[in-house]
Write a protein that binds this ligand. Structure first.
Ligand code: NOJ
Length: 703
C-alpha cells in the first residue's frame, strides 16, 4: 500500500443526496476518491442497490480492491423502529434488548449496512442532556448489561454472518457528563468517578466484542477525548485490550482547534491520530494531511500501519474480503424488513418498556367496555414523534397512534371523544374548551402529553424539565372536569411533573416506543399486559435538583428535611419524585425473609443473599427484584448504595418465589485512596427491594 492508500482506509465520509427519491449515494468527487483508494468507508448511505453500486467502484476500479465499509446510526431499529434505548432500559430485560438489536442488524444488513454507530453507552445523570434518550440511564451496572446485550445483538455469534453488523460503542468517554447537561460541553470529573461509573459500560461493550469505538466530542479535565492518548491508547487498548478501531465523532478531529489544543488542521490530525483515533469521520484532516505528517516524521509509519491494520481487521471480521457484497442483496432487502414478526417484537418491547408511575385506587386497567372515553392531547393522535430521535429508516406512516390503538382495543359500544387541546409547543388555547367538553362527557380521560422527538437526541438539551408549552395547563383544565384522568407521557427524558403526580389519577411513562407505540400503550391501559418496567433514571421534582442520581455520596450532612443545616434545598423536599428502579404493577408484590450467609467473608469469598417475593394481588405479574450494596466506610467515601444485581421474575397470583443473588468479593471492588482497584475490609449493607428507595437491609463484613 502507498502511504496515500493506507491513509485512505482511515477516511470516513457521509453519503450524498443525488436526488430526493433515492437514498444518499456517493458524489462524483467521492467516486473519484474511491477509485484512487482514498476512502475507507461511507456512512449515511443504505439500500442494497446504492451500496452495491458504491462497493463495485471500490472492488473493481481501485488498485487494491479493498471493500468499503458502510455505516449508519441504527440506534433503535432500522425500518422497524423499536422503543428508544432509554425506554428499552426500563424493561431491565437484557434478552429482549439483545433480540431487538439482532432484528435491527438483520434488517440493516439486508440493506447494505455493515456497521452501526451504536450502542450509545454514555451514563447520564442530567436529564437536561437530550442524548439521555439514546442511552440506558444513570446506572453503571444496568448500563453495562444493556451495552453488552446490544453488542451481542448487533454482531451476533459471528460478525461475519451475513445478518450481523459491526457495533460501535460510543461516545468514548464520559460524553454524558457534560456540564449543565449542555450537549458537547466540558466534562470535568475525578478519575475515580470516571473509572467507577462512566467507563464501565464502554468496558462492558469492549468485553462483549464491540469491533469499533467512537471518540467523544467532549474534553475531560482539559484533554479532548479525540486527542486523548491516555484514554484511547492507555485505557482502551492498554488496559482493556481493545483490538478494533476507533473512529472520531463527526469532525471531532478538526474541532481540536476550537477546543484550543491544536493550532491548525495538520496539528489536529497529528494529535488525534497519535492519541489513537484511527479513523477520521468527516473532517477531512487525515485525507489532507496525514500522508505529509508521516513523511515529515510527525506520525510514524509503524503507527499508520497499526491504524490501517485495525480497520482492515474489522473488514475481515465482517467477511467483507470474502464477499464485499454480502450485505447488498436485494432479495434479502425485500424479505427481511418490516416483517410481521419484527413488528410484533416491537410491540412486545414497547409494552415491556412502559413504566407505571401512579395508579390511585386501581384506576387502571380500564374496562374495554367502558361507556365513553375522552382521548386528549397533542400526542394522542401523533405518529411521527413516537419514532423518537435517531429513527434510521422509520416512517411515520408505519406508526400506530394511541388514538388508533384505543379505537381497536375498546368494545364497539364505547364512545371515543377525541380532542387535541393544544400543540406540543405554542401559546394557542383555542382547543381547550373542546377538550374540557369531551372530558365532561366521558367516563374517563386519557391525556397524552410530552415532548416532540426533536426535543431529545443530539443537540437537544433543554433548560427545563417541564412538559413543554401549554400542555400542563391543558391537563389542569381537563382535570377540572372532575373525571378520572390518566396521563400518558411521551418523552425522551425524565420530566418534572409535580402537578400531575398530585392530581392525575394514573400516570403511564411510555417514552417513545416506536412503530407500535399506540398498541403497546393500549395493551397496558386495558390490562392486556400488566406493566413491569422500572425507571433506569431518577425523576427529579424540578430541574433545580439535577444532577440527581440514586448512587450519590452521603456528605457529612446528609439531607434531612427536618433540619436546616443539612445538604438540601430549603424550598422543596429532598427526595426525588420517583426514585431509580421505581415502577408499579397491577398486582402487588410482598418481600419477606431477607437472609444472607455467611455474615463474614474474605475478599475472595461469596455472600448468598436470598429473599422471598410473593404476588399478593389478583393478576399475574412480573417484578424486577433489585439488589443494592453499600460499603459502610472505606479509605474514601462511597455511594449510599449501588445496584449489584437484579432478576426479573414472573409470578401468578398467590405464587411466591425465593430469589437468590450471589455477591462475590470482586463485586465489591472500588478504587481506594491510592487508586488501587481493591476490596476493602469492613462492614457492608445489602439492600433488597422493588426499587432503590423501598428496600430492606442486612449486613455482612469482609475480613
Ligand atoms: C454525530 C453523533 O454525535 C454520533 O453519535 C453519530 O454517530 C454521528 N454524528 C454520525 O451520524
Amino acid at each position: 500500500m502507498t502511504i496515500e492508500e493506507k491513509v485512505g482506509q482511515l477516511v470516513q465520509v457521509t453519503g450524498w443526496h443525488r436526488d430526493s427519491l433515492s437514498g444518499p449515494t456517493v458524489s462524483p468527487q467521492q467516486e473519484e476518491l474511491i477509485k484512487r483508494g482514498l476512502l475507507g468507508g461511507i456512512f449515511n448511505i443504505w439500500g442494497a442497490e446504492a451500496t452495491h453500486e458504491a462497493q463495485k467502484i471500490a472492488v473493481e476500479k481501485s488498485r487494491l480492491r479493498i471493500p468499503l465499509i458502510f455505516g449508519l446510526d441504527v440506534i433503535h431499529g432500522f425500518r422497524t423502529t423499536f422503543p428508544i434505548p432509554l425506554a428499552e432500559a426500563s424493561s431491565w430485560d437484557t434478552a429482549m434488548v439483545e433480540r431487538d438489536a439482532r432484528i435491527a442488524a438483520r434488517e440493516a444488513s439486508s440493506a447494505g449496512v455493515d456497521w452501526t454507530f451504536a450502542p450509545m453507552v454514555d451514563i447520564a445523570r442530567d436529564p437536561r442532556w437530550g442524548r439521555i434518550a439514546e442511552g440506558s440511564g444513570e446506572d453503571p451496572l444496568l448500563g453495562s448489561l444493556m451495552a453488552a446485550a446490544r453488542v451481542r445483538g448487533f454482531q451476533g455469534n459471528d460478525p461475519s454472518q451475513s445478518n450481523s453488523i459491526a457495533a460501535c460503542a460510543k461516545h468514548f468517554a464520559a460524553y454524558g457528563g457534560a456540564e449543565g447537561g449542555r450537549d458537547y460541553n466540558t466534562v470535568d470529573m475525578s478519575e475515580r468517578t470516571l473509572r467507577e461509573v462512566y467507563l464501565l459500560p464502554y468496558r462492558a461493550a469492549v468485553d462483549a466484542g464491540a469491533l469499533t469505538v467512537m471518540s467523544s466530542f467532549n474534553e475531560i479535565g482539559g484533554v479532548p477525548s479525540t486527542g486523548n492518548r491516555a484514554l484511547m491508547t492507555g485505557i482502551l487498548r492498554g488496559e482493556w485490550g481493545f483490538r478494533g478501531f476507533v473512529v472520531s465523532d463527526w469532525t471531532a478531529v478538526t474541532e481540536l482547534i476550537l477546543h484550543g489544543v491544536a493550532s491548525d488542521t495538520p496539528h489536529a490530525a497529528a494529535l488525534a491520530f497519535n492519541a489513537g483515533t484511527d479513523a477520521d469521520m468527516e473532517s477531512g484532516a487525515y485525507l489532507q494531511f496525514l500522508p505529509r505528517l508521516v513523511r515529515d516524521g510527525k506520525v510514524s509509519m509503524a503507527a499508520l500501519d497499526e491504524g490501517v491494520r485495525r480497520v482492515l481487521r474489522v473488514k475481515y471480521a465482517l467477511g467483507l474480503f470474502d464477499d464485499p457484497y454480502r450485505h447488498c442483496t436485494p432479495e434479502r432487502e425485500k424479505s427481511n424488513i418490516l416483517t410481521p414478526a419484527n413488528i410484533a417484537a416491537s410491540r412486545e418491547a414497547g409494552r415491556r418498556s412502559i413504566v407505571l408511575l401512579k395508579n390511585s385506587g386501581g384506576l387502571l386497567p380500564l374496562r374495554k367496555d367502558i361507556r365513553s372515553l375522552a382521548v386528549i392531547g397533542p400526542l394522542a393522535d401523533d405518529g411521527a414523534n413516537l419514532l423518537g430521535p435517531w429513527d434510521a429508516l422509520g416512517r411515520p406512516a408505519d406508526v400506530v397512534t394511541l388514538l388508533e390503538a384505543i379505537h381497536s382495543a375498546v368494545s364497539p359500544a364505547t364512545k371515543i371523544l377525541y380532542a387535541k387541546g393544544c400543540s406540543i409547543e405554542g401559546t394557542d388555547r383555542g382547543g381547550f374548551a373542546a377538550a374540557v367538553e369531551s372530558a365532561r362527557n366521558a367516563d374517563a380521560v386519557i391525556i397524552a402529553l410530552g415532548e416532540s422527538r426533536e426535543m431529545s437526541g443530539e443537540a437537544s438539551s433543554r433548560s427545563t424539565l417541564a412538559i413543554p408549552g401549554l400542555q400542563n395547563e391543558l391537563l389542569e383544565s381537563v382535570a377540572s372536569a372532575g373525571k378520572p384522568v390518566i396521563l400518558v407521557l411521551m418523552n425522551g427524558r425524565p420530566l418534572a411533573i409535580p402537578w400531575a403526580e398530585e392530581h392525575a389519577g394514573a400516570i403511564v411513562e411510555s417514552w417513545f416506543l416506536g412503530i407500535r407505540s399506540g398498541n403497546a400503550i393500549a395493551d397496558v391501559l386495558f390490562g392486556e399486559y400488566n406493566p413491569s418496567g422500572k425507571l433506569p433514571v431518577t425523576f427529579p421534582r424540578t430541574v433545580g435538583q439535577v444532577p440527581y442520581y440514586y448512587n450519590h455520596k452521603n456528605s457529612g450532612r446528609p439531607a434531612n428535611d427536618a433540619e436546616k443545616y443539612t445538604s438540601r434545598y430549603i424550598d422543596l423536599p429532598s427526595s426525588p419524585l420517583y426514585p431509580f428502579g421505581f415502577g408499579l404493577s397491577y398486582t402487588t408484590f410482598d418481600y419477606s425473609g431477607l437472609a444472607l450467609s455467611p455474615g463474614v467473608i474474605d475478599t475472595s469469598g461469596t455472600v448468598t443473599v436470598s429473599v422471598s417475593v410473593k404476588n399478593t394481588g389478583t393478576r399475574p405479574g412480573e417484578e424486577v427484584v433489585q439488589f443494592y450494596v453499600r460499603q459502610d466506610f472505606g479509605s474514601v467515601t462511597r455511594p449510599v448504595k449501588e445496584l449489584k444485581g437484579f432478576e426479573r421474575i414472573a409470578l401468578a397470583p398467590g405464587e411466591s418465589r425465593q430469589v437468590k443473588f450471589l455477591l462475590r468479593g470482586s463485586d465489591l471492588r472500588m478504587y481506594d485512596a491510592a487508586m488501587r482497584h481493591v476490596v476493602e475490609p469492613g462492614t457492608y449493607t445489602v439492600f433488597v427491594g422493588t426499587n432503590s428507595r423501598d428496600v430492606t437491609e442486612l449486613h455482612f463484613s469482609v475480613q
